[in-house]
Write a protein that binds this ligand. Structure first.
Ligand code: C5P
Length: 236
């Protein structure tokens, strides 16, 4: 599984996003994540523009709808030549299998397909009292991960603290994409369960997603290189 640091481009406009990317030297092209804010603001053109600059892209739109709708939407996203997309495992196996079909290009290639299990913002009380799920959170997350693996998906988004367990249950090749990564002594912000890049690397995380510790740093290029060095144990 290819290990990498993915920078979350949580910016509201094309201008701010490109100004951030322009800080990197021409030959340095980090893997980036485009989420709902930027995609809904700028549409598919921002994906094409960043791809044309040579970046790998994780398009984080978390699809969740009936199988046919997700299949057709995934075919559109796959046509944008992104490298990784995601959906909610709560859409269940039929939706996940349809998503895979839609994603697969005529030449047989496709972006990696990753499942969101339970959102990290959902706590035990909401799980039980609002979603009416009596099974404890950890078991729910692992069960969703197993459904995703059985449906042929490539991995899940999970907290760095869950990565090792996901690997144990779903297999070493099932990939883990983990936000909630912070430098030692850094500001955790609204992330509750955090690990450093080095700890994440040792805990079975295949990809770490870092936003603010890189984008808000006075020297984002240095912060990105530090993250890569700590995560992979070598220079960016
Ligand atoms: O700034 P920060 O490093 O917290 O950014 C983490 C990124 O990962 C954000 O884009 C956030 O939306 C995303 N994410 C997350 N937790 C999840 C799923 C996605 O923080 N469970």
């Amino acid at each position: 599984m290819a290990n990498d640091v993915i920078i979350a481009l949580d910016f509201p406009t094309r201008e701010k996003t490109l100004a951030f990317l322009d800080r990197f030297p021409a030959g340095e092209k980090p893997f980036v994540k485009i989420g709902m804010e930027l995609y809904y603001a700028e549409g598919p053109s921002i994906v094409r523009e960043i791809k044309a600059r040579g970046h790998k892209i994780f398009l984080d739109l978390k699809l969740h709808d009936i199988p046919n709708t997700v299949k057709r939407a995934m075919a559109v996203l796959s046509g944008l030549d992104v490298d990784m997309v995601n959906l909610h495992a709560a859409g269940a196996s039929a939706m996940m299998r349809a998503a895979l079909e839609g994603l697969t290009r005529p030449d047989g290639t496709r972006p990696l397909l990753i499942a969101v299990t339970q959102l990290t913002s959902t706590d035990a009380a909401a799980l039980k009292d609002e979603l009416l799920i009596e099974t404890p959170m950890a078991e729910t997350v692992l069960s969703y991960a197993k459904n995703a693996a059985a449906s042929g998906l490539d991995g899940v988004v999970c907290s760095p603290l869950e990565a090792a367990l996901v690997k144990e249950r779903c297999g070493e090749n099932f990939c883990t994409v983990t936000p909630g990564v912070r430098f030692a002594g850094g500001d955790a912000g609204d992330q509750k369960r955090v690990m450093t890049p080095e700890q994440a690397g040792k805990s079975g995380c295949d990809y770490i997603v870092m936003g603010r510790p890189i984008t808000k740093d006075a020297d984002p290029v240095a912060a990105y290189r530090r993250a890569v060095k700590e995560f992979l144990g070598k220079a960016a």
